[in-house]
Write a protein that binds this ligand. Structure first.
Ligand SMILES: [Zn+2]
Length: 169
């Protein structure tokens, strides 16, 4: 099956964002939404704006769809950044353990690179999985704008043929 010219997305309409409890019971946050599944056509090259309608409240959302080669390249770049971040993480981690474990002669402070490596560990610890997972799911569709009820909507990439995917009503 040729899915190169299309992208699958879910248009989510946030139904409720409730925080319950907090007095006698523990606080829990429940977010519910209804999702409409759309298959959008990709432009042959460049980018194209498509209008998706929320099936719940008929709000129209503007989304930008990128062509297949841009999508593939951008997704690969995101994954590479994720992998590079992971490499930096382990290198900085090894360095910090190496330097931090040393017994320094009196009056000598740790090298300047030590605090930098600690910052690098903290940043890449978050960045590596974020970039990698974003690169795995990126399908070239992003929400541009929606009228008033924008806040209550999301456009999420859906992997082609993912279980539970439905066709729009
Ligand atoms: Zn809606």
């Amino acid at each position: 099956m040729n899915t190169a010219g299309t992208a699958e997305v879910a248009v989510r309409h946030i139904l409720g964002d409730k925080v319950t409890g907090g007095f006698l019971t523990p606080r829990t946050r429940t977010i519910t939404w209804s999702a409409a599944h759309y298959v959008v056509k990709r432009p042959p090259s460049g980018k194209q704006t498509v209008e998706l309608t929320c099936t719940e409240c008929s709000a129209s959302l503007l989304a930008e769809v990128r062509d297949q080669s841009f999508t593939r390249t951008f997704a690969a770049v995101l994954r590479i950044i994720g992998v590079v971040c992971a490499v930096v993480f382990f290198a900085a981690f090894a360095y910090a353990i190496h330097e931090g474990g040393k017994t320094l002669p009196e009056g000598q402070s740790l090298p300047v690179l030590f605090p930098i490596s600690v910052i690098a560990i903290a940043v890449t610890f978050v960045a590596a999985p974020t970039f990698y997972l974003h690169g795995r799911s990126y399908n070239g569709v992003s929400m541009l704008d929606a009228p008033k009820p924008r806040r209550g909507h999301q456009i999420r990439p859906v992997r082609p043929g993912q279980r539970g995917a439905r066709t729009p009503r």
